[in-house]
Design a binder for this molecule. Structure first.
Ligand code: ATP
Length: 306
């Protein structure tokens, strides 16, 4: 594994019974990146993460984390990975400050100031008992404990689940601060596209167990293009357009969205001889374009990272 790859999967596949939920996944997480792992419910994100962490064996294919096959992660390698997959275990009778002391005494490498900063960001009282805390507040303590152990790789599976907007912002700030140094890596599974856009620099999009997109976030945004086109008739009935996601009527104008758009797409639209105005595509629009296109049965899996 080249030094720049913290996670690498090759043809990673997992069946449950006769149902393949992760299929031939070729996926790389470069060192220092923050990767947003996206996909509809049931796309296979958690199953992939469980295989990466060695909690679940692949049916076929391989996955390596920090240079080690995930099926044989040593305790030393595990210490370099922080995760909040099924909720970090917290003792309910401990006070928040006791969680910090417990972490300090049980981890070789521990950054108490990072713990305190994270806890403060989540607005938590250091004297509060874990059992008194709400789900969101417990998530804050859990994240603080995970980060203070100073992992090289942080894997977060839907960490914003149940968090209020203020705690979500705290989570985002914590991830950004954690990754700032450039040598720590984050794999973040989430349905919150705004949050992913704020913190991630790469996007990995899973559909039906496959990796549909695995690329830099800026590059991804540029892959989807949209135009507003004047006319009474749907322009895509007359002209074919590879990559067409949808063409929606806006009164006597049409909103045309195209995935995998490139210079040829732009030239093709110019040749339609219509009044076409290019419109901005947000990150959310780009994700939805790919998801809606895959939902209607087009086949455009791209495979490995670009
Ligand atoms: N232990 C299991 N036994 C059988 N099927 C399972 C098991 N674990 C997961 N699955 C199935 O695998 C598929 C993928 O599940 P997974 O949890 O990986 O999806 P996900 O992308 O994380 O979804 P979500 O966004 O809803 O969390 C689902 O259809 C799920 O029902």
């Amino acid at each position: 594994m080249p030094d720049s790859a913290v996670v690498r999967t090759q043809r990673l596949t997992r069946y449950f019974g006769c149902h393949a939920v992760v299929r031939d996944l070729d996926f790389v997480v470069p060192r220092g990146s923050v990767v947003g792992l996206l996909g509809l419910n049931g796309a296979g994100k958690t199953t992939t993460i469980r295989m990466l962490l060695g909690f679940l064996d692949p049916t076929r294919g391989t996955c390596e984390v920090l240079g080690t096959d995930s099926r044989h992660l040593t305790p030393q390698t595990r210490c370099r990975i922080g995760h909040t997959v099924e909720g970090h275990f917290l003792y309910p009778w401990m006070r928040v400050r006791e969680c910090e002391r417990f972490g300090r005494e049980t981890h070789r490498s521990w950054d108490g100031s990072l713990f305190e900063r994270s806890v403060r960001r989540f607005g938590l009282d250091a004297e509060a008992k874990v059992s008194w805390l709400s789900r969101g507040q417990r998530a804050g303590v859990s994240l603080a404990s995970t980060l203070a152990a100073d992992p090289e790789l942080l894997i977060l599976d839907d960490p914003a689940l149940g968090l209020d907007p203020v705690s979500r912002r705290a989570l985002n700030e914590t991830i950004v601060e954690f990754s700032e140094s450039g040598d720590r890596t984050v794999l973040l599974s989430s349905h919150l596209l705004d949050d992913v856009e704020r913190v991630a620099d790469r996007v990995a999009l899973m559909v039906d167990g496959r990796m549909l997109v695995d690329t830099a976030l800026d590059e991804f945004r540029g892959r989807v293009a949209a135009w507003v086109i004047d006319g009474d008739e749907d322009p895509t009935r007359e002209h074919s357009m590879p990559g067409l996601v949808h063409c929606r009527s806006l009164g006597n104008r049409w909103h045309v969205t195209v995935a995998d758009a490139d210079e040829k797409t732009r030239q093709a639209i110019e040749q339609w001889n219509v009044n076409a105005e290019s419109v901005e595509v947000s990150f959310e629009d780009a994700v939805l374009a790919y998801l809606s296109r895959s939902r209607v049965g087009h086949s455009f899996y791209t495979g490995a990272a670009s």
